[in-house]
Design a protein around this ligand. Structure first.
Ligand SMILES: NC(=O)c1ccc[n+]([C@@H]2O[C@H](COP(=O)([O-])OP(=O)(O)OC[C@H]3O[C@@H](n4cnc5c(N)ncnc54)[C@H](O)[C@@H]3O)[C@@H](O)[C@H]2O)c1
Length: 268
């Protein structure tokens, strides 16, 4: 990531107080970037800011569902950094329910945070990203951006939408040298949402956490579960100068899971 160090990036990470967002912020800071984390949780923001004491970290309260809040977060970045060239849309929520039991409020909440929030933050940041002449948007999608999972009608609809939005914005912003890509991870247990998913699976199956993790690893061609670092590496690559000619991608970070189907009874 030497290119990030030689030309420091000015980045806003939504959902940056936890999970992938926090790990991406830490990696960018280590690479010499100026980093803002935006999150709805004031408490997590404070904890995150404390853990980076001494680093160039700006912590801003942000509700990605609100255009005014998105605009204020971008303005805070402009005031502190003199501009913005990188936006990572990582804020997200999940909920599990069968079709018949998803209330309108639950549907709206998931769509508002996961899809509308990505739209609103991209819209707010776009003028500064374009002005930078080297803009980057990286959206965090999911394997649920590519495959339908039972109990996740709203989450899948939102995450498929994030891929669509990625491709549209890639085309619209390309003339301004802004690339727009999406990273689509399979389940990672070491984050807030990863733990939520694991807890749901424990409740739904009665299995022990280790049994569940072993079963999910066995379904992945590379035979292990992903780490937070696997996701961070993909995001950092898409932000790097080396990825300047890549746009509109929805990159699976899944150990090959969505690319190959095992033949029953045939190994290797
Ligand atoms: N962990 C996984 O298994 C997994 C897999 C695929 C995709 N994802 C996606 O990765 C992204 C990050 O999730 P994570 O696993 O790091 O979970 P996480 O819960 O650790 O982080 C999500 C963050 O988003 C914040 N947030 C929620 N609503 C918000 C709002 N309205 N405005 C601003 N911030 C808000 C939360 O406070 C939290 O800090 C999400 O978009 C999620 O859908 C996660």
């Amino acid at each position: 990531m030497s290119d990030i160090r030689s030309a420091p990036r000015r980045a806003l990470i939504t959902g940056g107080a936890s999970g992938f967002g926090l790990a991406i912020a830490a990696a960018l800071l280590r690479a010499g970037a100026l980093v803002a984390i935006g999150d709805i949780s004031a408490e997590r923001l404070q904890d995150a800011a404390r853990s980076f004491e001494g680093g160039e970290l700006l912590a801003v309260e942000l509700d990605v569902r609100s255009p005014a809040s998105a605009a204020a977060a971008v303005a805070a970045c402009e005031a502190r950094f003199g501009g913005l060239d990188t936006l990572v849309n990582s804020a997200g929520v999940i909920a599990f329910n069968p079709l018949a039991q998803i209330s309108e409020a639950e549907w709206d909440h998931v769509l508002d945070v996961d899809l509308k929030g990505t739209f609103l933050c991209s819209q707010a940041a776009a003028p500064l990203l374009c002005a930078s002449g080297r803009g980057r948007i990286v959206n965090i999608g999911s394997d649920a951006s590519k495959v339908g999972f039972p109990m996740l009608a709203h989450y899948c609809a939102a995450k498929f939408g994030v891929v669509g939005l990625t491709k549209v914005l890639a085309g619209e912003l390309a003339p301004h040298q802004v690339t727009v890509n999406c990273v689509c991870p399979v389940g990672v247990s070491g984050t807030g949402m990863g733990q939520e998913v694991l807890d749901w699976k424990i409740g739904a199956t009665g299995m022990q956490p280790q049994e569940i993790l072993a079963a999910t690893a066995a379904d992945i061609p590379l035979q292990r579960n992903p780490t937070v670092e696997d996701i961070v590496n993909a995001v950092l690559f898409l932000i790097s100068d080396g990825a300047a000619f890549l746009t509109g991608l929805a990159l699976d970070v899944d150990g090959g899971m969505l690319s190959t189907i095992p033949v029953p009874g045939v190994e290797g």
